[in-house]
Design a protein around this ligand. Structure first.
Ligand code: NAP
Length: 267
């Protein structure tokens, strides 16, 4: 491997997102796949896994070993909320920068990552959504919240997603809440005839999660005003939509200090 190349390890490499990341990394000349970690497809060449020529990197389950035996600069994690913290601790203990796509981390988890990254002097980028269109959707929603206080979020994902609501929906709600301040919307005496039918509540903003086969990742932010409705919608129609953002994050994360949340901070 030439010295200028960025050595990348992918955790969750055999998953739906991980496979796309493996392909995207293999396509980039300045990146070198040095490790592919997962609990399944063990021993399979990462190239074979994604329909590319063999790479010599085989899927293994021991991240610690992969990092100590290879020149790893950046770890990209698309696993699940339990695994990502374990993986992050290992990476940061070895001074490996982190790009986290896994959703479902809470504020306590992020605080721990902040402490670890500051101690290690190693950057961490957490992005609940790597699709550039989704980043714009969130930014437009923040803008609209200045003028429209009444809003609900509908996020729609494939039925194998385990966390709800999506990280994108929570981040959108957080951005809207920062902009419009505390606000109680809807009828004060509203009640539910079926529990949960009005959705989850984030500082007065209702979030509705739809899970169906056939969907990938979609979100509508619906604002209501006097005599008008404004809908901001984004659709990821396949997982390739996230890859330009992931590649950008891999290239930028080593310049970061501490934990940065949101792709918009490195655009
Ligand atoms: P997935 O298909 O279930 O893939 C996750 C993979 O990680 C599985 O192969 C899983 O193996 C493996 N895994 C579990 N524990 C592991 C460990 N300790 N070390 C290494 N690999 C491990 O899930 P996905 O659809 O790819 O989604 C992954 C994450 O990305 C989710 O949190 C999802 O919400 C998020 N996501 C983020 C974005 C974004 O833009 N930020 C976009 C889409 C999805 P087993 O199945 O054997 O457990």
């Amino acid at each position: 491997m030439s010295d200028e190349k960025i050595g990348v390890v992918v955790t969750g490499a055999a998953g739906r997102m991980g496979r796309e990341v493996v392909k995207a990394v293999l396509r980039e000349e300045d990146l070198c796949l040095v490790g592919a970690v997962d609990l399944r497809e063990l021993g399979v060449d990462a190239g074979d896994l994604v329909g590319f020529p063999p790479t010599g990197v085989t899927i293994c389950s021991d991240l610690q070993q992969v990092i100590t035996e290879n020149k790893a600069d950046v770890l990209v994690d698309f696993t699940n909320p339990e695994a990502v913290l374990r993986n992050a601790r290992i990476a940061l203990n070895h001074g490996v920068s982190l790009v986290i796509g896994t959703t479902g981390l809470d504020d306590v988890d992020i605080e721990e990552l902040r402490r670890l990254s500051e101690k290690a002097g190693t950057g961490v980028l957490i992005a609940p959504n790597f699709a550039l269109g989704a980043v714009l959707m969130m930014s437009f929603a923040r803008q609209a919240a200045r003028y429209f206080k009444h809003v609900e979020i509908i996020e729609m994902h494939h039925d194998q997603k385990i966390d709800a609501p999506s990280g994108t929906a929570i981040r959108t709600a957080r951005m809207i809440a920062e902009e419009r301040g505390a606000f109680r919307q809807g009828h004060p005496q509203e009640y539910e005839k079926i529990e949960g039918v009005r959705g989850g509540d984030w500082e007065g903003i209702k979030i509705h999660s739809v899970r169906l086969p056939g969907l990938v990742a979609h979100q509508e932010v619906v604002f209501g005003g006097l005599g008008q409705v404004l809908t901001i919608r984004h659709d990821s129609i396949n997982r390739e939509s996230f890859m330009p953002g992931v590649i950008l994050a891999i290239r930028k994360v080593r310049e970061l200090k501490g934990v940065v949340v949101g792709l918009e901070n490195v655009l």
